[in-house]
Design a protein around this ligand. Structure first.
Ligand SMILES: [Zn+2]
Length: 429
């Protein structure tokens, strides 16, 4: 007999735990009171969407899955080069250069023979595609939607929406229809662009940002109504609603590559000897074999910069969940952050590494990527599947625990993922 178990994951991109309350997000507040609230969720590093998407999908840290940022360095025939993972073409570039995409299986692969998976995403193409890069399930995104085996979904089967609240609402309608279809997948993920989309362009806590949180909350409410109907019909649905990371207010911006050129530690802006992958409030520095003797000077220089919060190299990279001893991730920098509040009373400020390829300022607006306390404060609510009665969990959990938790609900093994299933209430007592 076919299983009645289903998992639904909703990500409200960038929504910080401390910004959720009855006034800003009434649906989430009520859901937390009904299900389980995780008061100590951590993101991964870098705390960027594409890395987080890969970690949620694989249940593994970046060191294992290999997707190291919103931008990442690849070793090409001409030397190190920084790529935007957001580019729809990046996945094929990565495959062509390295022979693979993510280094470990995704949730979509784990459930491909057990009801299948579907993601609808309104963030970047990279974040959508790296949730299921090898076409095991359905991926819906405005840059191109695909079914299992990479079969393109064209015309009305595609997802012609724009980033922001309106697109999120349209996508949520499509998502609810997919949940109610006779062939609905065992694992369905809805990745909303808000409040990330608005948070990057407005002050955190501003009326626009609070409205964006409200829009995301309304999308969650829409899905919960569908879930209620499906449960009425006998479905055993585990609902996980959370975010991938938080945001902090940008108080300073620096082109780290240019800074290294001025310090004599990099040959030129476009040189391949020492290359920076900017990731918001973090950056990763790759050092080619020919420039390896510059590493001590680079570490010393970076640590002295007023915009630098912490520098990681060697074993310290492993402790952060990054690969160690590679030329594409030789040094990682978490930018300097502080706990002070902005004009709207929202705490947490940070420096960011600007992306010269993007040419955009985030001054005074929200950004993420680093290790600041607020950007590392995503939220998580789990409801259904045994999670009830409004419990609060103080122990640390991570994005990498989401996939194993869903697999356990479906009665499937989670293999050798880095994460572990969240304890069931009976186990946690
Ligand atoms: Zn994000």
């Amino acid at each position: 007999m076919e299983s009645n178990k289903r998992c639904i994951l909703i990500i409200c991109d960038s929504l910080r735990r401390d910004l959720i309350n009855e006034a800003t997000a009434p649906t989430l507040a009520r859901l937390a009171a009904k299900g389980h609230w995780y008061a100590n969720v951590r993101g991964v590093f870098p705390s960027t969407t594409r890395t987080s998407s890969s970690s949620i999908a694989t249940g593994c840290l970046p060191a294992r899955h290999g997707l190291l940022g919103n931008t990442m360095l690849l070793e090409e025939p001409g030397g190190l080069r920084c790529h935007s993972v957001g580019d729809p073409a990046f996945r094929e570039r990565l495959r062509a250069l390295t022979g693979r995409t993510l280094h470990v299986p995704t949730l979509a692969e784990h459930v491909s023979a057990h009801g299948g998976a579907c993601i609808m995403s309104n963030v970047s193409a990279g974040a959508a595609y790296f949730h299921d890069p090898d076409g095991h399930g359905e991926v819906y995104h405005r840059a191109g939607s695909y079914g299992p085996g990479g079969v393109p979904y064209t015309g009305a089967r595609g997802l012609e929406i724009a980033s922001g609240a309106q697109g999120d609402a349209a996508m949520t309608e499509r998502f609810c229809a997919r949940l109610q279809a006779p062939d609905a997948p065992a694992v369905a993920t809805l990745w909303l662009s808000e409040p990330d989309h608005t948070g990057h362009a407005h002050a955190l806590g501003s009326p626009a940002h609070l409205a964006a949180i409200g829009h995301a909350d309304a999308c969650v409410a829409r899905v919960l109504r569908t879930v209620a109907a499906l449960r009425e019909a006998g479905q055993d649905t585990l609902v996980m609603v959370g975010s991938d990371h938080g945001m902090e207010t940008v108080v300073g911006e620096i082109d780290v590559g240019q800074n290294l050129v001025a310090a004599g530690l990099k040959a030129a802006a476009g040189s391949r000897d020492v290359v920076v992958a900017p990731n918001g409030s973090a950056c990763i520095v790759g050092v080619s074999a020919a420039a390896r003797d510059r590493v001590p000077a680079l570490l010393e220089h970076l640590a002295r910069q007023p915009w630098c919060g912490a520098v990681f190299h060697g074993e310290a990279l492993s402790n952060l969940g990054l690969p160690a001893g590679t030329i594409t991730c030789t040094i990682a920098v978490a930018m300097r952050h502080a706990d002070d509040a902005n004009a709207h009373g929202v705490r947490g400020s940070t420096w960011i590494a600007t992306d010269p390829a993007e040419g955009k300022s985030y001054d005074g607006h929200g950004q993420h990527g680093g290790l600041g306390g607020f950007e590392q404060s995503p939220f998580l609510i789990v409801e259904g599947g045994g999670y009830a009665d409004g419990r609060i969990h103080p122990h640390p959990v991570s994005l990498i625990d989401y996939a194993p938790t869903m697999l356990r609900h479906l009665g499937l093994p989670h293999g050798d993922m880095d994460g572990t299933p969240l304890p069931l209430p009976a186990e946690a007592a």
